[in-house]
Design a protein around this ligand. Sequence first.
Ligand code: TXA
Ligand code: MG
Length: 308
Amino acid sequence: MLDRYIQLLKEGNIVAFPTETVYGLGADAWSAEAIQKVFDQKGRPADNPLIVHVCSVAMAQTFVRQVSDDAQRLIDQFWPGPLTLILEKKPEVLDIITAGLPTVALRWPSHPLAQKLIDAAGPLVAPSANSSGRPSPTRPKHIKTDFGQDFPVIDGGRTDIGLESTVLDLSDKPYRIYRPGKISLNEIQRAISSPVTIADRQDDAAAKSPGTKYTHYAPDAAVRWLKTDEKTNNPDTLYLLHSADAESRPANVIAYEGDLQRMARELYDRFRQADHDNYSTIAIEAFLPEETDPIIPALENRIGKAIG
Ligand code: TXA
Ligand code: MG
């Protein structure tokens, strides 16, 4: 089933494939020409670097100067999985991948189709497979909407996590999380003793992760947090309630009954649905300080970016 896509990649073409987080838009990591097609297809600014996807530590080592002890511990614990590590790059890594930075981002995805593809086609750069400024795709139809019906997509159904990987910079201390994801700060901090911080927008180091400066997808609908005690009775609003129970709700009130994994899995799909169904507003129940689910920082980050 993968043969056709492996062939396409080997011939320097780009192919969308599933990972456990979101769909990626893959290209041969050693072909500047193929990688240029990724930027062109997405309309992605050239100064926003890409993640290289690998399927072994040996493959990762072909891109970085060295795997430090801390990197090795994190790899042992979280790879394959939704953690991207930024390390000092080898000189031969293509500048088009790193936007000229001295570092490269690496990830070993856990999705079996992604692993088979990388194993056969070699390391792949893969940003999320959406047009720049649209939400990351979690289902094949999202890619077809952005890139057209004929675009080559390896169908893995709906992705499991639904939010992009945690991006962690190990190239400088203190280590910094540029993008929160399923692997939380606490989990990372438990695995290594060196301090890890979250880079915020004021943080100079965040400027090193160019992706963080771009406005992310804002649906045509206005996204906002639901006010305390606000009623959920406006038919032009799509409500996303993380704590409420789902029984006898109208179609525009989505209640997750505390299942935040499901909320994360569906979030981008709901954003796309809101535009498709012409809702004027998406109102999302805010999280309380005492709520501690480790996916909350990632949800708040993506929702915050959609609010603008
Ligand atoms: O879950 C994911 O990570 C998905 C799937 C397909 O693996 N990929 C993804 O890629 O979200 P993308 O390109 O949409 O996001 C990559 C992020 C961007 O914010 C980019 O700026 C940052 O990683 N990044 C990549 N290389 C970097 C580097 N050398 N230094 C700092 N930030 C980097
Ligand atoms: Mg993206």
